[in-house]
Design a protein around this ligand. Structure first.
Ligand code: FE2
Ligand code: FE2
Length: 376
C-alpha cells in the first residue's frame, strides 16, 4: 500500500520508510504539512502517518485540512506522538485522527495498526462498490429514485429487531445487520439480464413476459454465485446471492423461483421481501400512486403467513414509526429535488410548472392495477 509519511525529522522519516518497506508498503515522505497536502492532491494516498509536533503546520492542523478537503474516498490517519493522556487523544480524535502510535514506536505495532487501517479502507470501498453496482442495475429500471437507499434502511431495522430476540440470537448479530444493509440493494441485480421490451414496458406484462421477468432472481443469483465460487470466504457475496435468489419466495411456498416455504427460505430473503413490498406500496410506480403507510400496513397484515414471515411482520409492526420516518425523509428529499429540477427547466419551458392531475376515477384505476402485495 502507498503510505504518506509526514514528519519534519529526517531520521524519523527514514526509519519509517525502512520499516514500512520491510512490511511490503511503499512509503513516500513529506517534511511539512504543506508538502503533504501538495502530494495528496494526486489522490493516491489513502493512509497517512503523521507527526503531531511539526514546525509550521502542526499534525493536528494537517489532520483538519485533510478532513475538510477529502470528503469522497476516506483517508485513514495515524498520528505519531510523544503525548499521552485522554485530553490529547480527544484533541487528536476531534481533529480527525483515526489512530495513535506513541513515539518511540515498535515496528510490529506500526504494522498491526496499518493493517487495521487497511481493513477500514477496504470496507469503505467495498460498500461503495456494492452500492454503485446496484445503482447501475437500477438505472435500467423504472423504480423510484431512492428505492435502494430506503430498502437497506428498512432491512437494517428489521434485522436489528431480530438480533434482540432470543430465537434469532445465534443467527442475527451486529455483523449480520451490517451485511444485510450492504447487500440488500443488490436484490434486483438480475434485472440487467431482462430485455428492455419487458423491463421497461409501461403496461401490465403478459403471462409469458412475466415468466421472463421472474428470471431476474436466478440471473442475479447465478452471477453472484460465480463470484462466491472464487471468494467463498466473502460472507457479503453469499448473502447477496441468497437475497437475489429468494426475495420473491413466499412464506406459504407459492413464490418463485423454488417455491420454498417457511424457514426454508433464507432469513435475509424473507426480510428483503417485506422491505421491498413495503417500499413498492408506499411509493409511486408507473402502475400506481403511493399508498399511505396505513394502507400498506393493512396489505402486509393481510398477507402475513401467506406472503410474509410472521416474525418479520412483527419486527415491522414494532418499528412502524421508524419506517414512516425513513419514508418521509426520502419523500421530502425527492420532492425537493423534483421541484428544483422543474424550476430550473421551467425557466426555458414555462408550461412545465402546471402538473397534470388524475381524476378520482383515474386514480381508482391506477390503484387497482397495483394488486395487493404483488411486486416484481
Ligand atoms: Fe425482484
Ligand atoms: Fe426492489
Amino acid at each position: 500500500m502507498r503510505i504518506l509519511v509526514v514528519d519534519d525529522d529526517d531520521i524519523v522519516t527514514e526509519i519509517l520508510e525502512n520499516v514500512l518497506a520491510q512490511f511490503g508498503h511503499q512509503a513516500i515522505s513529506a517534511r511539512s504539512g504543506r508538502e503533504a497536502l501538495e502530494l495528496m492532491r494526486s489522490g493516491t494516498y489513502r493512509l497517512v502517518v503523521l507527526d503531531w509536533e511539526m514546525e509550521g503546520m502542526s499534525g493536528i492542523e494537517l489532520c483538519r485540512h485533510i478532513r475538510q478537503r477529502y470528503s469522497c474516498g476516506y483517508v485513514y490517519i495515524i498520528m505519531l506522538t510523544v503525548r499521552r493522556g485522554t485530553e490529547n487523544i480527544v484533541e487528536g480524535l476531534n481533529a480527525g485522527a483515526d489512530d495513535f502510535i506513541s513515539k518511540p514506536f515498535e515496528p510490529q505495532e506500526l504494522c498491526v495498526r496499518i493493517r487495521a487501517g487497511e481493513r477500514i479502507l477496504s470496507l469503505d470501498s467495498r460498500e461503495l462498490t456494492i452500492f454503485s453496482l446496484a445503482k447501475l442495475a437500477e438505472s435500467r429500471d423504472q423504480e423510484t429514485g431512492a428505492h435502494l437507499e430506503r430498502i437497506r434502511e428498512y432491512c437494517r431495522i428489521i434485522a436489528g429487531h431480530l438480533s434482540r430476540r432470543e430465537k434469532y440470537r445465534n443467527q442475527v448479530d451486529g455483523d449480520y445487520v451490517q451485511l444485510i444493509y450492504m447487500t440488500s440493494p443488490l436484490h434486483d441485480i438480475g434485472k440487467v439480464g431482462i430485455p428492455d421490451r419487458i423491463l421497461l414496458k409501461p403496461g401490465a406484462l403478459t403471462p409469458e413476459e412475466f415468466e421472463i421477468m421472474k428470471q431476474h432472481s436466478t440471473i442475479g443469483s447465478k452471477t453472484l454465485d460465480a463470484a462466491v465460487a472464487v471468494h467463498p470466504e466473502a460472507k457479503f457475496l453469499c448473502m447477496a446471492r441468497d437475497i437475489a435468489h429468494s426475495h420473491h419466495e413466499r412464506f406459504d411456498g407459492s413464490g418463485y423461483p423454488d417455491g420454498l416455504a417457511g424457514e426454508n427460505i433464507p432469513l435475509c430473503g424473507r426480510i428483503v421481501a417485506l422491505a421491498d413490498v413495503y417500499d413498492a406500496l408506499t411509493t409511486k410506480r408507473v402502475y400506481k400512486n403511493a399508498f399511505s403507510h396505513e394502507k400498506a400496513r393493512d396489505i402486509i397484515l393481510e398477507d402475513t403467513g401467506s406472503h410474509f414471515d410472521p416474525d418479520i411482520v412483527r419486527a415491522f409492526l414494532e418499528n412502524e414509526n421508524r419506517f414512516v420516518k425513513i419514508r418521509e425523509k426520502y419523500m421530502a428529499r425527492e420532492e425537493f429535488e423534483a421541484t428544483s429540477l422543474l424550476q430550473s427547466q421551467a425557466r426555458f419551458i414555462p408550461e412545465l410548472l402546471t402538473v397534470p392531475e388524475f381524476s378520482p376515477k383515474q386514480e381508482e384505476v391506477l390503484v387497482g392495477a397495483a394488486g395487493g402485495s404483488n411486486v416484481i
